[in-house]
Write a protein that binds this ligand. Structure first.
Ligand code: GLU
Length: 462
């Protein structure tokens, strides 16, 4: 017998930007589906017309594409599926699993107040559950739920979680204006779309028994559930705007590569031996739910920086340049100019944590006007011993432009220092500041080779 197709879904509500927490849930669903050659669906849960915004939807879709999370089948919108939900609701009414409730807001308020006064959980008292005749009054549809027993959520991450049915209200599935409620639309969609594994944030765990009860009322078999733990900030509180950037697009703007953000997020709560760096292909081959942890994980930017650097080094030069050019309006074509420029680019990759660093840190190479660090200039260039300066310039002038390599140039400066009993920093620091404006630049020999003899001499004599 062939096992049924694996189908997962990501179901964001377009009421805000795609948060890294949501993105991580999407990644778990995506890689689980891909690992098992299944379908990964994307469903926009836009039934809350007041809070749903087109610009958020656009932003979510853009973030999904940027992360490389392509979805299968059509893009679903709940707002286009109201007729389907209504049909299901009417069916439940017909089979006696739902009932019409005519209670007014005033009655419901009173019910709530009485419950509160008696120290009870505010719940609907089911007074319309056994009405025998229809009234010509506005009504909502409520689900007729079991009065006792338990509902067990067999969660692939949390294990069995048991809920007392007594604690679950006969909740509304269709409002008096004929619009379906959240728990109901989710169930209808998951069933209709044949979702086999519902992977979502564990903030939804309390909704799951209700959804299971709807599925049972409809006679559907229950999909598998995996509730993914929260992501926390460094202070161990749920990650939020307070902690800084939370939207996927903010990470893109800061110069994180999508493969790095994917790598970092998937590793929050999932592991595969000691491996830290994963490509998308690695994840398709290895991701599983067995190695997902139950407890919340802390999002550490320092770790993301390290992972980003690893992916920057792995990425092909041209792609990396194009990415930075598009993000920051830079022109990096100068890195095509010969071996020195390519060496410099490699050295840059090794030390870059975020591409945004390139906005200011490589102007010295891209053009001849660049800002200099005033302190470094004062301490190194202004105070530079004229004898050392003249000797350095002469030494570099002696090297033919065609052989102005990092080894030759830096080697010559070293020999000069030895001969004159000068310390290397007495030569190297002022040269570095004159050429790059800062002490914090890549290997000096590589900087010299990348600039070439003419630019080096002119900057030193200027
Ligand atoms: N639309 C819900 C949310 O954005 C997700 C519901 C679900 O995954 O079941 O939180």
């Amino acid at each position: 017998m062939t096992s049924p197709k694996i189908v997962t879904r990501f179901a964001p509500s377009p009421t805000g930007m795609l948060h890294v927490g949501g993105a991580r849930t999407a990644l778990f669903s995506y890689f689980f589906a891909r690992r098992h050659s299944g379908d990964f669906l994307l469903r926009i849960e836009d039934t809350d017309t007041e809070r749903s915004k087109k610009e958020y939807e656009v932003e979510i879709l853009e973030s999904m594409k940027w992360l490389g999370l392509e979805w299968d089948r059509e893009l679903y919108y709940q707002s286009k599926r109201f007729d389907i939900y209504r049909d299901f609701a009417r069916q439940l009414l017909k089979t006696g699993h739902a009932y019409k409730c005519y209670c007014t807001t005033t009655e419901l308020d009173e019910m709530r107040k009485t419950a509160e006064k008696n120290g009870q959980k505010p719940m609907y008292d089911r007074r319309c559950r056994n009405l025998t005749a229809d009234k010509s009054l506005p009504f909502v549809l409520r689900l007729k739920l079991p009065l006792d027993g338990t509902t067990v959520v067999s969660d692939l991450i949390h294990g069995d979680v048991t809920f007392d049915n007594k604690e679950i209200d006969d909740f509304i599935i269709l409002r008096s204006n004929d619009t379906p409620t959240y728990n109901f639309t989710v169930v209808v969609d998951d069933i209709e779309m044949k979702v086999s594994h519902i992977i979502r944030g564990d903030d939804h765990l309390n909704n799951t028994p209700k959804q299971i009860l709807i599925m049972k009322a409809c006679g559907f078999s229950i999909p598998k559930f995996a509730h993914v733990p929260m992501i926390l900030g460094p202070d161990k509180v749920k990650l939020s705007k307070r902690h800084g950037a939370v939207a996927v697009t903010q990470y893109r703007e800061q110069g994180y590569l999508p493969e790095a953000l994917v790598n970092h997020l998937i590793r929050l709560g999932w592991s595969h031996g000691d491996q830290e760096i994963f490509s998308k292909d690695d994840l398709i081959k290895t991701f599983d739910l067995e190695h997902c942890g139950k407890s919340a994980s802390v999002f550490e930017v320092g770790k993301l920086d390290w992972i980003n650097n690893q992916h920057i080094q792995k990425k092909n030069d041209l792609d990396l340049r194009t990415t930075a050019e598009n993000l920051y309006g830079l022109d990096l074509s100068k890195f095509n100019d010969g071996v020195g420029a390519q060496k410099l680019f490699k050295a840059l990759k090794e030390r870059t944590q975020k591409l945004s660093e390139w906005k200011d840190s490589i102007n010295w190479f891209l053009g001849d006007s660049f800002e200099k660090d005033a302190k470094a200039v004062d301490e190194n260039l202004k105070a530079w011993n004229p004898e050392i300066k003249a000797a350095v310039i002469q030494t570099l002038l002696n090297i033919p432009a065609s052989d102005f390599t990092s080894e030759r140039t830096f080697g010559a400066l070293k020999t000069l220092a030895q001969e004159k009993s000068w310390k290397i920093p007495q030569l190297a620091k002022p040269v570095r500041v004159a050429l790059t404006g800062t002490l914090n630049s890549p290997d000096l020999g590589i900087c010299m080779e990348a600039l070439g003899s003419e630019r080096v001499i002119s900057r030193l004599t200027r």
